[in-house]
Design a protein around this ligand. Structure first.
Ligand code: ATP
Length: 263
């Protein structure tokens, strides 16, 4: 775990965090969105799919302590903190939907804010490490974030999250509102981050493309996880093909139907 007085881990170091969630509940006041949700996020890239309002964002917000939660959340076997700043210190970073950059600040300034816990010298060293992974941002360092395209801003948001050298990176709909080419680029970045050893949990509505880059997936409906499995099998499953890819039930294979039965 990274603490204020310790140096950052070396960029690209293998962390391969494992998250286990048991009986998670969360909501807004008396409105319970998630009830008794259990799942795990293994090293690699895991995607959570589901329609609008299913509770995907609520799930991520509950995990990082932005809203109160019940249940057990273990990161590498240790109980995860409940306050957001402690969750960050425990090694989790969230790129929220809508990116939430500071538009009047430059790319470099936005990046530095991603390591606000670290002393300045370490922050600058970390910026240098992160820019090696995001070479396109290097030439944009002094550009105001608010003047960039949506895809470029999303890239800055992901790079900023990587500034804290997280063990687990959470991405809430990274492809939302982006042109197809940028969607491919952002999903490829998520894949690269997972391959470099940071576990990635991603919420996506872009079902086909997200499953193509992911290792495993879950489908959430009305606050419950209704299907899970290896991404390749989920892509061929009845539940995903009918509800999200517009296919007919008769198209599905035996292997694909097995995913749904195993839920
Ligand atoms: P989307 O893709 O549209 O963001 P989602 O699967 O992420 O969908 P959530 O945003 O988690 O869904 O919303 C789950 C439910 O919680 C919805 O019924 C939504 O209206 C409700 N909700 C979300 N945010 C709040 C809030 N701040 N206060 C009250 N209810 C909320």
């Amino acid at each position: 775990m990274w603490h204020r007085d310790q140096p950052f881990e070396i960029a690209g170091a293998t962390r391969r965090a494992h998250l286990k969630v048991r009986g998670l509940s969360a909501g807004y006041g008396a409105f319970l969105v998630l009830r008794d949700v259990s799942f795990e996020v293994k090293p690699g890239l895991t995607v959570i799919l589901g329609p609008n309002g299913a509770g995907k964002t609520t799930l991520l917000r509950a995990l990082v302590g932005l809203i109160p939660r019940g249940g057990e959340v273990l990161l590498d076997g240790e109980e995860l903190a409940e306050k957001t700043h402690e969750v960050v210190r425990d090694g989790i970073a969230l790129v929220a939907e809508g990116r939430q950059l500071f538009p009047q600040m430059t790319v470099l300034e936005n990046l530095e804010l991603g390591a606000w816990l670290a002393p300045k010298a370490q922050r600058q060293q970390r910026v240098e490490q992160v820019l090696q992974d995001f070479p396109k941002l290097r030439e944009r360092g002094s550009q105001l974030a608010g003047t960039m395209s949506g895809g470029e801003q999303q890239m800055v948001a992901v790079a900023r999250a990587m500034m804290s050298a997280p063990r687990l990176l959470m991405l809430d709909e990274p492809s939302l509102g982006l042109a197809p080419r940028m969607v491919d680029e952002l999903l490829a970045i998520a894949r690269r981050i997972a391959d470099a050893g940071t576990t990635v949990l991603m919420v996506e509505q872009n079902v086909k493309k997200a499953l193509a880059v992911s290792d495993r997936g879950y489908v959430m409906e009305r606050g419950m996880l209704v299907a899970s499995g290896p991404a390749k099998l989920l892509a061929r499953s009845t539940i995903v093909r009918e509800a999200y890819l517009g296919a007919q039930a008769s198209d599905t294979t035996t292997a694909a139907r097995a995913v749904q039965r195993s839920v």
